[in-house]
Design a protein around this ligand. Structure first.
Ligand code: C2E
Ligand code: MG
Ligand code: MG
Ligand code: MG
Length: 288
């Protein structure tokens, strides 16, 4: 149909296209500079035990504020970093930053918690993550079982036998694995049990409707959450709900037997110092 649009609209389309492309090039140049200048930050969102509210760990989440453009969300720059290949550097930067931070917290005498780091699909495919992570654990003398890597079903399914080998190697050292956004992908039970994973993270989209009395989707969301808990427990896995925003959602999750949760109800992702305050007030903490 493009021919029939006439010269004006073709040019318009072409200008739009150029503008979008230029914007992406500009943004990735800024991101590259931010990585080089160490100008990115990691925030930590605490994860809790559903039953007794104990603080168990935290998910590390990247934060980027460009000096001119302001804060840019990971939902925007992670896909861009994947398209440009920057994700390899970016992913390495996050792993190092988090493991280094974990080392500092240990040295300062904070109680042991598990730190979860997101690994993007492309990063998982491109980088020999087992070697990279193994090296960092040695460099910082960080206990492997205090590190959890979050991967998505699609990252595992792209090349299942390679994925299995990589997970196996890290699992032997003690590293934990969580499947992120579980329920939104395509893995079958048969495939799932062949990966050495520890945790299923119920995607926020199923948590949203959990406690809405008369919303059409809420019965569905409850059945889905119940199924994931059943599947996880059937395979001997821990089940964590993400994106818990209300006391009512938490109550339903408790009823369903969900093990762990994170979400704005308990805390947003917070900067390092704020997270230290949470760690300090957690029971069993010696005053540092
Ligand atoms: P994700 O790994 O599923 O992370 C959970 C996202 O949900 C985070 O968004 C978090 O801030 C948000 N969230 C947590 N609790 C709640 C809640 O109660 N309500 C709402 N509305 N949101 C909640 P964020 O930080 O914007 O990150 C978005 C996605 O970007 C992440 O999804 C992850 O896929 C990716 N990402 C973030 N940091 C990294 C990173 O360091 N490496 C990689 N590869 N990906 C990252
Ligand atoms: Mg995650
Ligand atoms: Mg998630
Ligand atoms: Mg998500």
């Amino acid at each position: 149909q493009a021919k029939m649009d006439g010269r004006g609209s073709y040019r318009y389309y072409s200008d739009e296209f150029t503008r979008a492309a230029r914007e992406r090039i500009d943004l990735s140049a800024r991101l590259r500079r931010a990585i080089e200048a160490d100008a990115l930050e990691v925030h930590y969102q605490p994860q809790y035990n559903v039953e007794d509210g104990r603080l168990l760990g935290a998910e590390a989440l990247l934060r980027w504020t460009d000096p001119e453009l302001g804060p840019i969300s990971p939902g925007r720059f992670i896909p861009l970093a994947e398209q440009t290949g920057l994700i390899v550097e970016l992913g390495g930067w996050v792993l190092r930053r988090v493991i280094e931070q974990g080392h500092r917290w240990r040295a300062a005498g904070y109680p042991p918690i598990r730190l979860a780091v997101n690994v993007s699909a492309l990063q998982f495919q491109r980088v020999p993550i087992d070697q990279q992570v193994g090296q960092l654990l040695e460099d910082f003398e960080f206990p492997a079982d205090q590190l959890e890597l979050e991967i998505t079903e699609s990252a595992l399914m792209a090349d299942p036998s390679r994925a299995r080998r990589i997970l196996q190697r890290l699992r032997e050292r003690g590293v934990h694995f969580a499947i992120d956004d579980f329920g939104t992908g395509y893995s079958s039970m048969a495939q799932l049990k062949r990966f050495p994973v520890d945790t299923l993270k119920i995607d926020k989209s199923f948590v949203d409707g959990l406690a809405e009395d008369d919303a059409a989707g809420s019965a569905d969301d409850r059945s889905i959450a119940r199924s994931i808990v059943g599947l996880g427990h059937g395979l001997g896995l821990t089940v964590l709900a993400e994106g818990v925003e209300t006391a009512e959602q938490l109550a339903v999750l408790r009823e369903l037997g969900c093990d762990h949760y994170q979400g704005f109800y308990a805390s947003r992702p917070v900067p390092t110092l704020e997270f230290e305050a949470l760690l300090t007030s957690a029971p069993g903490t010696p005053s540092p």
